[in-house]
Design a protein around this ligand. Structure first.
Ligand code: ATP
Ligand code: FE
Length: 325
């Protein structure tokens, strides 16, 4: 079964092609350069850029797979959450394509896409599992008892993990996105030189909190600590915080498989820390951790039994919770 997946939730246009759960092609047009002068994503510019490039990306993935468009069995697109103007481009394009081809259209939740990206190289994994989405806008820990069923165990109380990396990087005078920049600088620093404490260490639940960490980075800078040392300690503490919450969730639920997804899943320090916890870990392969279209097609593939084809009248939704229970 050939599934085309489209994601235009924010500032990347992602189009991917999946055959029977295997990623065959994946193209992402990044808008980072377009928005960097403005210090953030400009929604109207993002929408216009999606419109400009989406058709070419669809043609490109079909060309890479040597597939005629009429051979597609299903078209999937992100319904939300995201910037409404940006979402509408990919969502409407996908509906139009499905309608023209007389093929089913499936609406996918963006976080569902992130979650199933972790299964791209682990097709044998089955629920139940834990899924941590640590991205630019979310830090959500789900229990997934069955395909397409999501119980929210905990989420961030303030900033998302990726957002904390981005904001701290900015304070340290580094570029955007901040995650990879901090990871690079941290390798040259000594975390022991900067006193930052792990957030929410005594909680019973599964909440995350990163905004205090960002403030602590600002204070450490004021005190004259070296940026590399601050980066090293920030990363160590952020990673430790995530590991502690995840460890508690694994103990409480008894689950032993953990999917880690979203841009922060690319962080090598996080991967190394989680490796030592005795869990079976699934990470997205390179290129599938951040926003892309293949993850949307993968989500449609894995949840196909549950979600029948979506109604073409379904609207895009900028605010859309994922938890089903
Ligand atoms: P959302 O899905 O919540 O709307 P998003 O799609 O913008 O957010 P992603 O594209 O999944 O987020 O991830 C981008 C985030 O991941 C950025 O905040 C970036 O700094 C962070 N990130 C990327 N690489 C790394 C890394 N190596 N270490 C830490 N963080 C990273
Ligand atoms: Fe995302």
């Amino acid at each position: 079964m050939w599934i085309l997946g489209i994601d235009t939730s924010c500032d990347d246009t992602g189009v991917g092609l999946v055959q029977d759960g295997r990623v065959v092609a994946n193209q992402v047009a990044s808008q980072t350069l377009l928005h960097q002068h403005y210090g953030g994503v400009v929604p109207e510019l993002a929408s216009r850029e999606h419109v400009r490039v989406i058709d070419g990306l669809v043609e490109e993935v079909l060309r890479q797979a040597g597939l005629g468009v009429e051979k597609l069995d299903l078209v999937a697109a992100t319904r939300g959450p995201g910037l409404i103007g940006a979402l509408l481009v990919g969502f409407t394009y996908a509906k139009g394509l499905a309608f023209a081809l007389r093929k089913p259209f499936v609406a996918v939740h963006h976080l569902e896409g992130h979650i199933y990206a972790a299964l791209a190289e682990h097709p044998e994994v089955r629920p139940p599992f834990l899924a941590l989405v640590a991205s630019g806008g979310h830090t959500h820990l789900f229990e997934v008892p069955a395909w397409g069923v999501y119980r929210l165990l905990g989420a961030t109380l303030d900033d998302a993990a990726g957002e904390a990396f981005d904001k701290s990087a900015r304070l340290l005078g580094l570029g955007y996105p901040g995650g990879p920049e901090i990871e690079r600088l941290a390798a040259q620093g000594d975390p022991a030189r900067v006193p930052l404490s792990v957030p929410l260490q005594d909680q019973e639940g599964f909440s995350f909190s990163f905004s205090g960490l960002k403030t602590a980075v600002a204070r450490a800078l004021e005190k004259g600590h070296a940026p590399a040392d601050i980066a090293a300690r920030f990363q160590e503490v952020a990673v430790e915080h995530i590991a502690q919450v995840v460890g508690r969730a694994a103990r409480k639920t008894g689950l032993t498989t953990l999917l880690v997804t979203g841009g922060v899943a690319q962080n090598q320090a996080l991967r190394a820390r989680l490796q030592g916890m005795g869990l079976r870990l699934c990470f997205p392969p390179r290129g599938l951790a951040t926003d892309n279209g293949a993850m949307i097609a993968l989500a449609a593939w894995h949840t196909l039994g549950r979600c029948s084809k979506s109604n073409l009248h379904l609207p895009a939704a900028p605010y859309l919770p994922l938890a089903t229970s």
